[in-house]
Design a protein around this ligand. Structure first.
Ligand code: SAH
Length: 240
């Protein structure tokens, strides 16, 4: 079953962009997923092909018209979830990404200017999704983020290299840090334990580093997941 992505945008020429290379690009070429970028402007209803208008209540910028957006959505709607990139949406999580990747695909609306007429969300059951607490100039890069995260989870895309199960966020923790040769570089060495060949010790070290680094860098993850079991931040087990 192919994961089908439809992106509704004022700039379809931005796609596939980065999604056309590396893992996602190969999977696209192989038909593991499909991508169609459609111009919202094709659904404009006046002769000037207008897609936006000034904000009700006044203020700067322009707002994407709900009638035009609805026509663009209705032309492709087929049961796949309809999402809109928006800083007002729920922050995207790996759990939501997994969910989406297990489905048939997604229809993704990309905003520009001040964003969308709010009425579109209820009228077409559109799910607003944010990629983080900062403002982009448009939803296209956000849509690429969302699709990249989904596509790498599709069967066969990552190969045997990683099931992804130990990766950051999959466990509610950040992943442990990685090292590779050379063993010594600019006076810095790979932690001894990783060279010990003792798999139990290595697993314990990695678990501890996951917990420690998450506490230090992302305390919000610890509270969100009800606290990683066991152990205080342990400088003792940490090798520099
Ligand atoms: N005035 C809006 C921001 C508009 S930015 C506000 O303050 O909420 C223009 C478009 O960029 C948005 O419609 C959205 O599609 C996209 N965008 C900006 N920041 C984003 C973010 N953090 N996540 C997802 N999409 C974003």
């Amino acid at each position: 079953m192919t994961f089908r992505a439809t992106v509704l945008t004022l700039y379809p020429e931005m796609f596939p962009g980065p999604l056309g290379v590396s893992l996602a690009g190969r999977a696209l070429a192989e038909g593991t997923w499909s991508l169609e970028a459609r111009n919202i402007r094709d659904h404009a209803i006046d002769k000037h092909r207008t897609v936006d208008d000034t904000p009700a209540g006044g203020g700067a910028g322009m707002v994407l018209r709900c009638d035009v957006l609805a026509a663009a959505i209705d032309a492709v709607a087929d049961g796949r979830p309809v999402m809109a990139m928006s800083p007002r949406g729920a922050p995207l999580t790996q759990a939501r990404v997994r969910d989406l990747a297990a489905g048939e695909g997604a229809i993704i609306l990309c905003g520009r200017f001040e964003g969308f007429d709010e009425r579109i969300f209820e009228a077409r059951a559109v799910e607003p999704v944010s990629i983080g607490d900062y403002i982009l100039s448009g939803g296209e890069v956000g849509a690429m983020v969302l699709l990249d995260a989904c596509v790498r989870l599709l069967p066969g895309v990552m190969g045997a290299a990683s099931s992804g199960e130990e990766e950051s966020f999959e466990t509610g923790l950040l992943e442990y840090p990685h090292y590779t040769r050379p063993v010594e570089w600019e006076g810095r060495t790979i932690p001894e334990v990783l060279r010990s060949g003792d798999h139990a010790k290595i697993a314990a070290w990695r678990k501890q580093r996951s917990i420690d680094d998450t506490r230090l860098r992302r305390p919000d993850l610890i509270s969100r997941h009800g606290g990683a079991e066991g152990s205080s931040p342990s400088g003792a087990q940490r090798e520099k």
